[in-house]
Write a protein that binds this ligand. Sequence first.
Ligand code: F6P
Length: 327
Amino acid sequence: MIKRIGVLTSGGDAPGMNAAIRAIVLTGAAHNIDVIGFRHGFNGLLEQDYQTLLPQHVQHIIQHGGTVLKSARCKALHSDAGAQQAADALHNLALDALIIIGGDGSFRGALAIAAHYRGQIIGVPGTIDNDVDGTDYTIGFATAIDTALDAIDKIRDTADAFERIFLVELMGRHSGYITLSAGIAAGAEQIICPEFGRLDDLNSLLTPIQHAQLLRGKSSYIIVVAENSYPGGTTALAEALCAELGIECRACILGHIQRGGSPVGADRILATKLGAFAVEQLVQGAHLVMAGEVSQRAVLYPLAQTGDKKKQIDPYLVRWQQYIASD
Ligand code: F6P
């Protein structure tokens, strides 16, 4: 029987993590389960840096970005000794279960701990990248798209005024989810992301630009670029386009702004549902699974498979964007 659980947020913070923490605490309280929160991700576990979380502690946090528990990446968990130490801490604190809110890297840390831990472990997908298998969307993704979109719309204004070409770099680590979604929603002229294949030939970018200029004259032109698409980053890409092809363009790296801000409604709702579901499923005996949502249904998915990279960015939009851009 579950009496006491721990929760932590790990890896890149994502808007909606606070909503998930709140749902976990409220659901725990409704089941007479004590909840403690570890600070700074797995580091809090190793250093026994934690606080008891009562419903009054999670009042009015649903609308805030970031995470009240703080987050971090934890190198110590890459070693077996670190995983053992974390499991020992869970045993010492008499925790029946641990909930990890994070991405697939954090879930790998959880699996390492599981090799030494007698309790239950469950994941809740929280990352702006949406690169976790077993759930249609991760907590934070919807907000990140809107944040990126707001920025790109503003860049469009200045690009229009100067009739300039802009390269806007978006986050996503090695996934093009944010880039494709924000690029489509912003009406970007071109989208570059890992799923479109390697960017070997700069001329492939030039032809559509020339074509657009032929059709509509000089005007603003926005290319959204997923981070890690070009060696040296998007600033290097802008320089190469200028040096090799004579295209004058500006690079804008949106960066961590995409991780912040008040979560949009969709993220608050998803986080609430998955946080609550995680606790309910722990009570039912769930272990080594992630609480995800597929076609609006809360589902469990093996934690070990969340990083298999089977989930694909929308093939319909990929195909459409590719033929529109090359037209
Ligand atoms: O995973 C979330 C994310 O924001 C990625 O999109 C990005 O590649 C990475 O984290 C940045 O990490 P850091 O904040 O450690 O620089």
